[in-house]
Design a protein. Structure first.
Length: 266
């Protein structure tokens, strides 16, 4: 597994695609802050909130995360890297675990800009408008202009870590998809569709969601796994969010291992 991780880290370090994805995430985070300010001072009408929602982390991480899965996980099948690793003696389960850890590192890099703009908001005393359910945007709206203390930094770091686990849980569904299809298009399409469908089902108290609410509440796709993460949240709230994220991620990794163990490599 360590050999897989070292090889992936070297590849990602030189990857132009990863740099582009990271820059897109950074631009989205900065624009989210700007748009929230424009909404807050009335320069921009709330009728533009639908389009602006794609700048916030729930949409941006879901989209870029699935794209990253298609490019980096499926790309290793297309360039025969996976085939060479297996023929070189690396166990299939170890390979899956190594790829999963590398993928989660990419997701962390995508979330990092949103953490950075949240910290920046402490130094900008301005009025922001919460226009989409987002942990980072909520923190910006509530904490902008407040004094940045060691406690607040540690709290935001804890929240960011929990958010990373939840998003990793949501996007871990791309792992078994990558080992099933081995092509970017179906992995990106299905992975993003699942994220968006779960989000739409919960919007506005959808009746369909109420039927499956108990089942969805046990997964990282449930809105509350993110919305309950705040500066005044109790420790058990973090444990619930992290628990669902870790549990779902483990299931997806095991599913990917099972699929790859039975798959033929040509």
């Amino acid at each position: 597994m360590m050999n897989v991780l070292r090889a992936d880290m070297l590849k990602l370090k030189k990857s132009l695609a990863l740099k582009v994805i990271f820059l897109i995430s950074g631009a989205g985070a900065v624009l989210m802050l700007i748009v929230a300010r424009l909404f807050g001072n009335g320069t921009l009408g709330m009728n533009a909130a639908g389009n602006a929602s794609f700048l916030a982390d729930p949409q941006m991480v879901a989209l870029l995360g699935t794209v990253a899965a298609g490019m980096f996980l499926c790309g290793d099948f297309e360039n025969k890297t996976v085939h060479d690793a297996v023929s070189g003696g690396i166990g299939r389960s170890q390979l899956v675990l190594g790829k999963a850890l590398s993928y989660f590192l990419i997701l962390f890099l995508l979330i990092l800009p949103y953490f950075a703009v949240t910290i920046t908001a402490f130094f900008i005393d301005s009025q922001y408008q919460l226009y989409i359910p987002s942990v980072f945007l909520t923190l910006i709206c509530r904490e902008s202009g407040n004094a940045l203390t060691l406690y607040s930094v540690l709290k935001i770091l804890g929240i960011t870590a929990a958010v990373c686990v939840v998003y990793a849980g949501q996007l871990s569904i791309c792992l078994p998809l990558a080992f099933i299809f081995r092509r970017p298009v179906p992995v990106i399409g299905i992975g993003y569709l699942v994220s968006m469908t779960c989000g739409m089902l919960q919007a506005g108290g959808n009746k369909v969601f109420k039927v499956f609410e108990k089942m969805i509440s046990m997964t990282p796709f449930h809105f509350k796994n993110l919305t309950r993460l705040s500066m005044d949240a109790e420790p058990e709230m973090f444990l619930k969010s992290v628990g669902t994220g870790v549990g779902f991620t483990v299931l997806m990794i095991l599913a990917a291992m099972l699929i790859f163990r039975r798959a033929e490599i040509k």
